[in-house]
Design a protein around this ligand. Sequence first.
Ligand code: HAM
Length: 421
Amino acid sequence: MQFTTVKGFKDILPGEVEIWQSVESTARNLFRSFGFHEIKTPLLERTELFTRGIGEATDIVSKEMYSLTDTRGRSMSLRPEATASVARAYIQNRLYLKNPVQKLFTIGPMFRHERPQKGRFRQFHQIDAELFGDPGPKSDAEIIVLSATLIDALGIKDTVLNINSLGCRECRPEFRERLQRFMQDRSEQLCPDCKRRAEINPLRVFDCKVKRCNEVVSDAPSILDFLCDSCRHHFEAVKDYLGLADVSFTVNPRLVRGLDYYSRTAFEIQTDKLGAQNAIAGGGRYDGLVKLLGGPDHPAIGFAMGVERVVALLQDTETRKPERPDLFIADIGENARKTSFAWLLRLRKQGLWVETDYGSGGLKAKMKKADRLGAARVLIVGDDELESGRAVLRDMDTKDQTEIELGNVVETLLSLILMAS
Ligand code: HAM
């Protein structure tokens, strides 16, 4: 029997991994300049953290979690997103005592049992940033600017930033009620899923991909007409800050998010290059979550970007040259194999990528191997060369060959290679 990956899970192979590394290092550098610190939380948490945090009626919690029961009968789940876990860590470790404003980021796999399709996986990765402890519109703008700057720094073009305000505990209930009535009046025209959504969470109908539901939604009431003064001022100020930051955005009153913890600002960065899965990053303010999870009443805002989606966009435009070994040592004969093994280790210690092979084949076979690996140059060394104290260095691009002294071979190779790079 041959084993293959589970449906919706995938291997990330050399060739693609380099793009992942570059995405992660761009993110880490940017997070540093915005003052965010990395945190790593477990992949497995108590199921209740997510049911309470994300919301029992959401698709994520009601049908997409990978849950199991442990030997003591407790329900555990693989994290479907990072926010609830980071908020738990913030509360459990009382991070707020160290600094009233905590800026944290995390990078890692998430799990959702969704129907796999282009850009949608059951194990996927997020780059996630969370800012705890500030209620003001400036931190909303900082998080939105951070996500837009990240997309920009990654070289992703033609994206649209949609923003909305989802109101607060004061003003949302009235809107929800009005929307519910609106949807109930048109229930016959809605898809079966939205019929159910209209009852439990009518805002989610905005997110439906079914054309009929889209038509119904097109003249639904707008949340922006229901915002209380405080939410309206907050949203205006966020927009002002975004204007100051020169970030272009579209106000989209139909933008809702698939998680229940949001209040006020919500946003998404979208592309039309990934088919139905058009969101590259999304986030928003979640002022009630920390308290809901048993912590102090601290406001927060954050976002997460889907790494698979970003990598798919970058793969389409990727022009980077693949990395190649700096040197291949073609060692012919027992003595050369042993002597050059020490050179190889010393050169690697200096950070060079040095390859050799493990067989005792002849020069032709070794040159073929060096060529297949794409080595930039080959050092040819056999027993004769050891005796004469001189060996040949072949440039694999120009085919030029030079003789080098074996006296200080490591230093000579190091300076030649560093000079050329
Ligand atoms: P989300 O919108 O559910 O938000 O996910 C954020 C991003 O993760 C999406 O925009 C998408 O790029 C990626 N993503 C989601 N599901 C999948 C999937 N099945 N396959 C591939 N990529 C996927 C959250 O998770 C919130 N926790 C974001 C947040 C942080 N809000 C506040 N702080």
